[in-house]
Design a protein around this ligand. Structure first.
Ligand code: LLP
Length: 852
């Protein structure tokens, strides 16, 4: 168990250490505690080590002595002899000082006192509080390995230890007792001199002792419960990483996370000793376990980290291409100036490298001197300050296809360098430092929304930082209707028949009420294509909704279920003349979105009020537009607007409304305000327009932790644009938002099989019932309703009964071990589920039930 400087800084924290040791003891373990120096003491010792003046050195030593004696007093302890002699030794070292030649050794010797003092103090406290603890001198057990590229400074102050498991030592300690305490940060070299392990050295010491003793585990006790998917200070929604392998953790630590020093994982790999990160103040929180790779997890991005203060050096020369020795020459200059290179990008005439501030002393003098030297062989440009944003995850290359939204985000930025690590663990983008703070939370959300960061796999991802330490996570805490009280009823429905859709009307009504509270919208039209079930149409009509139909069939469905509906729109795509003729015979307002109908069937529209659907172009349709097709299929391009208006006038048709539906599944609340503003400015030139229909597309988040559409923000945006153009009515036509969450698909397990490493769970519902996962890669939560409370221990590929390799409903889903006949629920399928179903393979259609 390793405790850092703040965890040993007062009596209360030592009591906490004592009770934590006790809890481990109760589990039957023996405990070795590794401590850092009391906080602030290492800095004081560093000053002492550097001070030229004897007076200053002695004052520093006296202050350190005072600090420890005050602590003793607070602990109500008599001064132990060990502490008295250490303080005397330190006072003498301070008095004597050192010769210049011995400066490094002197620094190492003096700085070691921090840990020697804190561990001595700790041993006394534990002894006095009924917990006899043996004090070990870390230098007797940790011996530094000299490496060929080390200079004197790194040998003495940043030494490396490569521990070899020593069962004899473990047995020897076991014979001596149950509780030990020793120092972090210090070791000896081959000659027996005291050396330091460098920054974060106490973590490394703990790891070395763990390896040496073949410990059951190493626990790093700190001020946060582990590693997170992003820095929680930047991204409060960052999720706790429950389980990481050594390589991933090392990558996260070295690309930005401060919680663990990257050096401390290496010693643990070979002996496969797990490392656990725990919060000293909240020991009940589970923390992060780092251990050997586990192959049964879904491939996932594990974290997004950022390092600021990166300096790029861009070297340009036409002479470098295929020239022997160019890199050797330029890198020699980096070596001369003691600068270690991190990332490298190269082109025919350019090589760009990054210098990381954690590895280098990046003062402007060093960089300037480097640039002067490099200028002898190439054109040099120093670009700073930059930041490196890194996506970490084992097998990141296999996840690239899920990263398109994230990559698109970098498309808007100045990216100086992209680097993919050769170990396939990270992908790094170097951008201007200023963009990082706003970019990171956004990227984190995109990773969750895209399913690249598999927040659904709760064996890997724990609660968010906000849930653990903040004011609670609203998004994650609202259970779906079927989680609240639907289980028994749904099981009964499934036992009667599967596959079967079940729709929860109260959820539909709750959603429509939430939208109707946005009073900037004058009329809501439900997009019937999402789900034309008559009970849903009836309920929405009764709630005051109008309807948007895309075909004569949908118009007929509304006429049958809701003949008195508040308003009816007909917005077809490439409809035949006969279909227009049919629609014009109903009370629907007809929308055109090509020139063709007016050019060829103009007489149909004589003296009619029509709406015009426009294609507002790329900027607004940035959300993948209508999935599954070319967005060019929908809407009149703006350059054809004058022609359209002439044709309309010629045929006596009046353009009473403008319409744009640009994308589906949109979670950005500003989207519709932008559409309204653009339509309004066009409408002003047309004159006859009184209605602006900004379409549907309101998204519903699918992945756990993904943030939903902010309706308050939507309300504010719409109010804003309406205040600017109050003369128009505002209409919207959501489909998904109203019904997606209300619908679940119930299916039964048909067969189970294991093939290689993959476990397949077969269902009696497949892509015939629900084509969205195959068609759009949509992600739906899948649960085994029969075994809702059982632990999710198996990672399944959830497949259907169709003879088609696309017939997969969910990949890598962690579920309880299933049996034939279990009822499985597929969530959020109320929209575009049954509506897009087919009878592929001539399977019977899924039936539908409505829960009032
Ligand atoms: N208005 C028009 C003119 C539309 O074409 C659509 C949907 C909507 C409104 C409603 O959009 P919503 O609010 O539901 O996003 N098959 C895809 C969805 C295609 C949406 C087509 N148009 C899916 O399964 O996600």
């Amino acid at each position: 168990m390793k405790f850092g400087g703040t965890s040993v800084a007062n009596a209360a924290s030592w009591s906490r250490i004592r009770s934590l040791m006790e809890s481990r003891r109760r589990e039957g373990g023996r405990v070795l505690v590794v401590v850092s120096a009391v906080s602030g003491v290492t800095d004081a010792l560093r000053q002492l080590g550097k001070c030229a003046e004897r007076g200053d050195r002695e004052a520093a030593a006296a202050a350190i002595a005072r600090r420890h004696r005050e602590l003793l007093q607070a602990m109500q302890l008599a001064e132990p002899a060990g502490l008295t002699s250490l303080l005397a030794e330190l006072a003498e070292l301070a008095a004597v000082g050192c010769q210049a030649a011995e400066a490094r050794a002197y620094q190492a010797r003096t700085q070691a006192f921090g840990e020697l003092l804190s561990s001595t103090l700790g041993a006394a406290f534990l002894d006095a509080n009924g917990w006899p603890t043996r004090w070990l001198d870390a230098r007797e057990h940790l011996c530094a390995t000299a490496l060929p590229n080390q200079n004197l400074r790194t040998r003495m102050l940043s030494a490396m230890v490569a521990p070899v498991p020593d069962p004899a030592l473990a047995a020897q300690l076991a014979a001596q007792g149950d509780a030990f305490i020793t120092q972090g940060f210090i070791a000896r070299d081959g000659d027996g001199h005291t050396v330091l392990l460098g920054r974060g050295g106490s973590d490394t010491s703990a790891a070395c002792f763990g390896a040496l003793l073949g410990a059951q585990r190493v626990e790093i006790w700190t001020d946060v419960a582990g590693m997170f998917t992003a820095n929680p200070r930047q991204v409060p929604g960052a999720r706790l990483l429950r389980r990481l392998d050594y390589e991933e953790a090392q990558e996260i630590a070295s690309t930005g996370a401060k919680v663990l020093h990257p050096h401390c994982l290496q010693p643990l790999r070979e002996p496969r000793v797990p490392l656990l990160i725990k919060d000293t103040n909240r020991p009940e929180l589970e923390g992060t376990v780092i251990g050997p790779e586990v192959r049964t997890h879904a491939p996932s991005v594990k974290a997004i980290s950022a390092r600021k203060g990166i300096t790029l050096v861009s070297m340009e020369s036409v002479g470098m291409w295929q020239q022997v020795g160019f890199l050797a020459d330029v890198f020699a200059y980096f070596k001369t100036h003691g600068l270690s290179v991190d990332l490298i990008g190269s082109a025919e005439t350019n090589v760009t490298v990054s210098l990381d501030p954690t590895e280098n002393l990046l003062d402007s003098d060093a960089i300037a001197a480097l640039a002067t030297d490099l200028a002898k062989v190439c054109r040099v440009k120093v670009i700073a300050p930059c930041a490196a944003i890194t996506l970490v995850g084992r097998g990141i290359r296999s996840l690239l296809h899920t990263l398109s939204d994230v990559l698109a985000e970098f498309g808007h930025l100045r990216v100086h360098l992209i680097s993919q690590s050769s170990n396939n663990l990270n992908l790094t983008f170097v951008v201007d430092e200023g963009v990082v703070d706003t970019l990171l939370p956004h990227l984190h959300e995109l990773l969750i929304a895209a399913g690249s960061l598999r927040t659904d796999d709760d064996a890997l991802f724990g609660p968010s930082w906000q849930t653990l330490y903040g004011t609670g996570d609203v998004a994650a805490s609202v259970p779906a209707w079927w989680q609240e009280h639907g289980r028994e009823r749904l099981l009964a429905l499934a036992h009667a028949a599967t596959p079967r859709y079940a729709y929860h009307l109260p959820t539909v009504l709750a959603r429509v009420r939430a939208l109707q509270a946005l009073d900037a919208v004058d009329r809501w039209h439900y997009a019937v294509k999402a789900n034309p079930h008559p009970a849903i149409l009836r309920a929405l009509a009764a709630a005051g909704c109008g309807f948007e139909c895309g075909s004569p069939g949908e118009l007929r469905a509304v006429a049958a279920a809701a003949p008195d509906a508040a308003g009816l729109l007909y917005i077809p795509s490439f409809a035949a003349r006969g279909e227009f003729a049919f629609a014009l015979g109903t009370r629907a307002v007809v929308t055109l979105d090509t020139l063709y109908p007016l050019q060829h069937w103009g007489e149909l529209f004589r003296d009619r009020e029509i709406m015009l659907r426009l294609d507002l172009g790329r900027d607004l349709g940035d959300h993948g537009t209508i999935r599954g097709g070319d967005s060019g299929k929908f809407g009149l391009p703006l350059d054809q607007l004058p022609t359209f208006l002439q044709l309309a006038q010629r045929h006596g048709a009046r353009v009473a409304g403008l319409h744009a539906h640009a994308g589906t599944g949109v979670l950005d609340a500003d989207h519709w305000g932008r559409i309204y503003a653009q339509l309004a400015s066009l409408a002003e030139h047309i004159g006859s327009v009184s209605v602006l229909d900004v379409g549907g597309g309101l998204g519903v988040p699918a992945h756990p932790g993904e943030r939903g559409l902010d309706l308050d923000a939507l309300g504010r945006t719409l109010h804003g644009v309406k205040a600017a153009y109050p003369q128009y009515q505002l209409w919207m036509e959501p489909g998904r938002y109203l019904v997606a969450e209300a619908g679940v698909l119930l299916a039964r397990v048909t067969q189970l099989r294991t093939r290689g490493k993959l476990h397949y769970l077969g269902l009696d519902a497949g892509m015939d019932c629900l084509i969205r996962p195959a068609l759009d890669d949509s992600w739906h939560r899948i649960v085994n309703l029969t075994r809702l409370a059982e632990p999710t221990t198996v990672q399944y590929q959830v497949v259907g009964p169709i003879c088609d390799s696309s017939d997969i409903l969910g990949r890598d889903r962690r579920l309880p071990e299933a049996r034939e006949g279990d009822v499985v629920l597929i969530a959020q399928v109320g929209a575009y589920g049954k509506a897009m179903a087919s009878r592929y393979n001539l399977r019977d259609e899924a039936d539908e039930v409505v829960i009032e």
